[in-house]
Write a protein that binds this ligand. Structure first.
Ligand code: MRU
Length: 359
């Protein structure tokens, strides 16, 4: 892994948290999201173990972006696998397991790994070059994700209408996807269509994805944004300052229960209390029809240090007991609609979500 700083113009042209260069020695570059908004630092990767570590340590985060990074990690790994089919399979399985162990909640990770496994098996069975097949599939996963976000944007912008005041939580933007964004993609599309949109960004304790990433991303994109602390949204809803809530998702169960960044459930409860629509924007790769409901979604717990410290600064007494639940589940009954690239699903989700896969 090497460090380099890219010109800021590169971000403005094409806001994506990753770049792939076939000609480079270290072909994958990830924007180090731990350094934002203070520094735009790109890290270069040459092997799958380093990418697994980058996912674990939040260099790259956000469900679809994690999936894209994992798909490319397998391409890097494959460069060092033995040439014989059995040896290749064996080494692929080890990379797969390492990546699968990086983060548990975002299903896009497992979706991308499974997709690459199928491609690898097909290539080996048909005598095609598995390295080439994995590389082509990773690029397809990345491009399709950006296109899905744009489609979500087109569907979702219609729901926002004119002059929306939108609350969002965490970062579900270009930084969290292949590019463009899910929840922020909908906002971006409304902005591009000239509908007029203003965003309230929850700071999103403890990791501050809202303050560090969403506020930065919207500023860079020229979209009107006001940063608020997580505990301010209720008061703003009561004042009538917010008329729509939109968030991303890490995994959506078959019944429409939504796992997303911790604090999302509180936003949904408040939205229901104030009669404000609560939308979830996510690609089909985030919908997990194998998981019946939210209780079956694995929820990541992260280190206490992310709660007791802000950056290097300790803000809690030494030795205090801490819980750091990184995601919560919003029950389907609180979700007004789920915006995907294949269309907008409405309750009852047991019926509408499977239908999206056949449309
Ligand atoms: O812990 P993170 O930053 O990976 O969590 C990200 C979120 O919860 C996002 O809201 C979610 O992945 C949707 S991203 C389009």
């Amino acid at each position: 892994m090497t460090r380099q700083k890219s010109p800021a113009s590169r971000l403005n042209e094409d806001l994506s948290p990753l770049h792939w260069n076939d000609e480079a020695k270290a072909k994958l570059q990830l924007l180090d999201q731990r350094c934002l908004p203070n520094e735009e630092r790109w890290l270069s990767y040459r092997d799958d173990a380093a990418v697994a570590e980058a996912i674990k340590t939040m260099v790259v985060r956000g469900a679809p972006a994690i999936g894209c990074a994992a798909a490319f990690a397998l391409v890097l790994g494959a460069e060092g696998y033995p040439d014989d089919a059995q040896g290749f399979r064996h080494a692929f399985a080890a990379s797969f397991e390492r990546l699968a162990a990086s983060r548990p909640t975002a299903v896009n990770l497992f979706w991308a790994l499974d997709r690459q496994q199928k491609v690898m098996e097909h290539a080996l069975a048909s005598g095609a070059d598995p390295r080439r097949a994995l590389r082509d599939e990773a690029l397809a996963i990345w491009r399709e994700d950006i296109e899905s976000c744009r489609q979500m944007g087109r569907h979702g912008a219609k729901l926002l209408g004119k002059d929306a005041n939108v609350l969002t939580h965490c970062n579900a933007g270009a930084l969290a996807t292949g590019g463009y964004g899910t929840a922020l993609g909908v906002i971006r599309a409304a902005h591009e269509a000239g509908q007029g949109v203003h965003v309230y960004a929850d700071e999103t304790r403890p990791y501050l994805q809202g303050a560090r990433l969403t506020a930065w991303e919207l500023q860079v994109s020229g979209i009107d944004v006001t940063l608020i602390c997580d505990n301010m949204s209720g008061a703003l809803m009561r004042q009538g300052a917010i008329n729509t809530c939109i968030v991303g998702a890490d995994r959506i169960a078959k019944n429409g229960d939504v796992a997303n960044k911790i604090g999302t459930y509180m936003v949904a409860v408040l939205a229901a209390r104030h009669g404000i629509p609560f939308y979830v924007a996510a690609p089909l790769s985030t919908i997990d029809l194998e998981t019946a409901d939210g209780d079956a979604i694995p929820i990541e717990e992260r280190s206490a240090r992310e709660v007791t410290h802000v950056g290097k600064e300790r803000i809690a007494p030494e030795g205090v007991a801490v819980r750091h639940i990184a995601f919560d589940v919003t029950p389907a009954e609180l979700v007004t609609a789920i915006i995907t690239e294949a269309g907008v699903a409405e309750p009852p989700y047991e019926h509408s979500l499977p239908g999206l896969f056949s449309s």
